[in-house]
Write a protein that binds this ligand. Sequence first.
Ligand SMILES: [Cu+2]
Length: 158
Amino acid sequence: MEFRTLKKIMKISISLLIISGFSLHTFAAQISLVSGHVRALPPTVPNTAAYFTLKNEGANVKLIKAETPVAKEAQLHTLIEENGVVKMRQVPSYNLKAHSQLVLTSSGNHIMVMGLKQPLKVGQMVPLTLYFSDGTKKIIKLPVEKVKQEMDHHHHHH
Ligand SMILES: [Cu+2]
């Protein structure tokens, strides 16, 4: 009889484990990289920017910090317009809502890569560690790419 009870308890615990595992899966952020690149600039320019799209198939989360081994700092930036002048501003986080995408482009939010330790080469893969508000982090790797001049809203402020 005692063995039977134990068996029953174990069965219940196993189903609880399955349920809690399922909940974790449902309520955690599920982030994946869709696409992205780091902008190639002349070797004399000490800063550049990373642009990418993240997809979140889980719960709401915020991107709160970025780091890269290729530069001193990676800041979260946004572009704002003040009296017709576009300016860059550092922001504390980006929202990455449940079942949506975070899109960083040269005309809006971007990761500012500041103080490059060495000039980047076209085609080189740049690792970026992304930190999220739920305590998780994710390392993405982005290729260095040349961007056409006419698409550039970032480094020429009119
Ligand atoms: Cu910037």
